[in-house]
Design a protein. Structure first.
Length: 114
């Protein structure tokens, strides 16, 4: 599957103007190797208890099902070493928005045409 995903990402990115910015929202970006297409990679995190609550509420899972799903995920410690920004989504919406705005500002400062 990964070759097809890579080709789809490559085709989509080819449509972006040289001055444009593309955002990939990809669950398997780091594990699938698509991160090579990105100038910066961000990881969104929140506490495990909050992840469990969100899975149970959003997906209607039992506690055991939600725990099994989280245990199947890659180790967040390893993921943190593969990204440039970590956004903590465990607080308020305003806090998350502020972190995203700050990270985007750093991105633009680094990559904006001089």
């Amino acid at each position: 599957m990964h070759p097809a995903v890579h080709e789809a990402v490559r085709a989509e990115l080819a449509t972006v103007s040289p001055e444009g910015i593309a955002v990939l929202d990809a669950v398997k970006l780091l594990e699938g190797g698509s991160g090579k297409f990105c100038q910066k990679k961000w990881l969104i995190v929140c506490p495990v208890e909050q992840q469990l609550q969100r899975l149970i509420r959003r997906n209607g899972l039992s506690l055991a099902e939600a725990q099994a799903r989280l245990q199947a995920q890659p180790d967040p410690t390893v993921q943190r070493n593969l990204v440039d920004e970590v956004i903590n989504n465990g607080g308020t919406l305003e806090s998350t928005q502020q972190q995203v705005a700050a990270a985007f500002g750093r991105f633009c400062a680094q990559f904006a045409p001089k």
